[in-house]
Design a binder for this molecule. Structure first.
Ligand code: BTN
Length: 334
């Protein structure tokens, strides 16, 4: 595990190499500056290489970085992050059971804005108790928040967060993602990202919430569909980037965290209408004929709008139904 608060020797060596801006620094200079042995320098260089940084070494000249990593490592995320609070502390795991679990373990401390990222999850969680396939190449992260906004916005929050991610995907990857109620992100009708929120409420106030975000960033789609195919609500999953595209998950995450902070600010100011308007503009759900599966029943009707709490309003035979939790299936219009 790495954290942005780390100040290990490994990071000190990396910082030193970076400060030379692709110029060589001799092994002896690294030893002198950090007061470590040649063997220790060699050990750290090897480890830094294993994190995906390209380091050239030349006799008589020393070492120089020629290429940065493509892994979203904490110090890469925090450098040039444009947020006020979200993402100032970042934890990164190569493999974890679920970032939601880790977030929930540490969420008691006063750590709003902390982000937990994993390269792979062994027990990724989806909405409504489902499994979430989390192979390498995806962006699997959780954000701990202690928001100021009113508890009545708790159900709108995941929807608002999907708007933040949709906006980030559009800006960074130049794609046209659509938002599917409640908080799926799709491209060409296939799911490319989803989110869930674990919330803790105390005396009618949000104590903290943990936003879990799963982005099929650059993944092997065969690995994604294994569990999903078993679900009757599966409508196909896809990867945002194809194999031949160079990943830059750090940029994607930085942009999402920035957009998320904007959304939180809007909710803090109570300007729900603007969120609903923006979500609706990107939504593929509103105006469609749908079937919605709640745990109690299935309703078929037309999706009309979402309300201030993020509930989907459906019209059926002249009456309106308000649904807070469920899965939407689009009906084919012949
Ligand atoms: C959904 O069902 O659409 C929500 C999926 C959320 C998955 C993310 S991946 C990071 C975080 N950790 C988890 O175990 N789940 C969420």
């Amino acid at each position: 595990m790495f954290s942005s608060n780390d100040d290990s020797l490994l990071l000190q060596v990396l910082k030193l190499l970076k400060s030379y801006n692709s110029e060589y620094i001799s092994g002896q200079d690294i030893c002198d500056k950090l007061k470590i042995s040649r063997t220790a320098v060699w050990k750290h260089i090897k480890k830094i290489r294993s994190l995906g940084y390209k380091i050239e070494s030349k006799q008589n000249l020393g070492y120089r970085i020629t290429k940065s990593t493509t892994l979203p490592l904490p110090w890469e995320i925090t450098s040039s992050l444009k947020t006020k609070q979200i993402g100032k502390t970042v934890y990164y795991f190569d493999t974890i059971d679920s970032t939601q679990n880790f977030a929930s373990k540490i969420s008691k401390q006063n750590n709003s804005g902390t982000v937990i990222i994993a390269q792979r999850q062994t027990s990724g969680k989806g909405r409504l108790g489902r499994k979430w396939a989390s192979p390498a190449g995806g962006i699997w992260l959780s954000v701990i928040l202690q928001p100021k906004f009113d508890v009545s916005y708790a159900t709108l929050f995941p929807i608002a967060s999907s708007l933040a991610l949709g906006t980030a995907i559009e800006k960074i990857l130049n794609l046209k993602p659509e938002l599917k109620w409640p908080n799926d992100i799709t491209i060409n009708g296939k799911k490319v990202a989803g989110m869930l929120v674990d919330i803790s409420i105390e005396s009618n106030q949000i104590e903290h919430l943990i936003l879990g975000v799963g982005i099929n960033y650059r993944v092997d789609t065969k690995k994604l569909n294994v569990d999903l195919k078993k679900s009757e609500h599966f409508y196909g999953a896809d990867s945002l980037l194809k194999k031949n595209q160079t990943p830059n998950p750090t940029k994607m995450i930085q942009s999402f965290l920035y957009e998320l902070e904007q959304i939180c600010d809007i909710l803090d100011n109570g300007n729900v209408k603007s969120i609903i308007k923006k979500w609706t503009a990107k939504s593929s759900t509103i105006g469609k004929k749908i079937t919605i599966d709640t745990s109690e029943s299935k309703i078929t009707g037309k999706a009309v709008r979402i309300d201030n709490e993020g509930a989907l309003v459906i019209s059926k035979n002249g009456s309106y139904h308000r649904i807070l939790v469920g899965d939407v299936n689009y009906l084919r219009v012949r």
